[in-house]
Design a protein around this ligand. Structure first.
Ligand SMILES: [Fe+2]
Ligand SMILES: [Fe+2]
Length: 303
């Protein structure tokens, strides 16, 4: 594929944007609970008919916390996956070894960053917001799939971060600047990861038959199905968190409306926006045009 990505240029770009956790969180740098955390295109709280403006803001913040938790979860599987990819070829291309180790190190830093933001959230929000997990169980379920399926899932996640920041967060002036800063710094490093994932996917697919490639794509979709099941559970958690934070109790009709809107909002946030990303589709097309078609067909349910 003619994308021009190399391990050397990605490593140089990563060095250029490097940041430290203490530069973006801690001390005076705290979350502002008078502002929303998530862009509306991902949160979709305005469509819920029975919530006041204040309750919508609270739900938006719950979704922000969930967003960090879900990233914390997925990065728990990306970190060992990247290390496993780096280890067998440490002696070959020095730039490859360094770029992948830096990728892993950045994901370890992101996991730690998200944990610190969650602590800040917990102390400022006032009530406990449960999330799906535990991360190790989810990571081992995902890592049990065909490695091409795992690599495609990783590619999906990294490009998804790009679209969230560039399409929805960057120009949104209402968001809490601190939360926005987190998303910006994460995005700055994820760009390089997306390129490295592309190189890894291509190398894996190079030795595969068409049938084996399409099997990897089915495994990617199976991982998506597994994540979708987790998101359905998360919507129930978010609804319970909203009721406890606002002291309200929703009737059955309200609960159903909440589920319908938030289920689809979560599907778009974590699944649809990655499956429809032009770069993900380009990579799938380069593996096999049938792979792209298959994912495009499935993605309709996650819009
Ligand atoms: Fe990350
Ligand atoms: Fe990443």
């Amino acid at each position: 594929m003619n994308h021009g990505y190399t391990y050397q240029s990605t490593l140089a770009a990563s060095d250029a944007v490097h940041w430290r956790i203490e530069d973006i969180i801690g001390g005076e740098k705290r979350l502002d609970f008078s502002r929303p955390f998530m862009p509306e295109s991902l949160a979709r709280v305005q469509e819920i008919s029975f919530l006041s403006d204040d309750e919508k803001k609270v739900l938006n913040q719950i979704r922000g916390n969930t967003y960090l938790c879900i990233f914390g979860l997925v990065e728990e599987f990306i970190l060992p996956f990247v290390l496993d990819q780096a280890r067998p070829q440490l002696q070959g291309d020095d730039y490859r070894a360094r770029a992948l180790l830096q990728f892993a190190s950045e994901e370890a830093k992101h996991i730690q960053l998200f944990k610190q933001f969650r602590q800040d959230f917990r102390s400022g929000f006032g009530t406990e917001c449960p999330v799906i997990g535990p991360p190790e169980a989810i990571a081992s379920a995902i890592l049990s799939h065909d490695e091409l399926g795992v690599a495609l899932t990783t590619l999906h996640i990294e490009w998804m971060v790009q679209s969230h920041y560039v399409d929805s967060v960057k120009d949104d002036q209402d968001l809490d600047p601190q939360f926005k800063s987190l998303l910006k710094h994460h995005w700055l490093e994820e760009v390089q990861h997306a390129k490295l994932d592309t190189l890894m996917v291509e190398a894996m697919a190079a030795n595969r038959t068409e049938e084996e490639i399409l099997h990897g794509v089915e495994e990617y979709l199976a991982i998506g199905g597994f994540i979708d099941g987790g998101l359905a559970q998360q919507v129930e958690f978010d609804m319970a968190s909203l009721m406890s934070a606002t002291g309200r109790s929703f009737n059955e009709q309200e609960k159903e409306e909440f589920r319908q809107i938030q289920r689809q909002a979560n599907r778009w946030t974590y699944l649809g926006s990655g499956m429809t990303h032009p770069k993900v589709l380009e990579t799938l097309e380069s593996l096999n045009p049938k792979a792209r078609k298959r994912v495009e067909t499935v993605s309709i349910a996650f819009s």
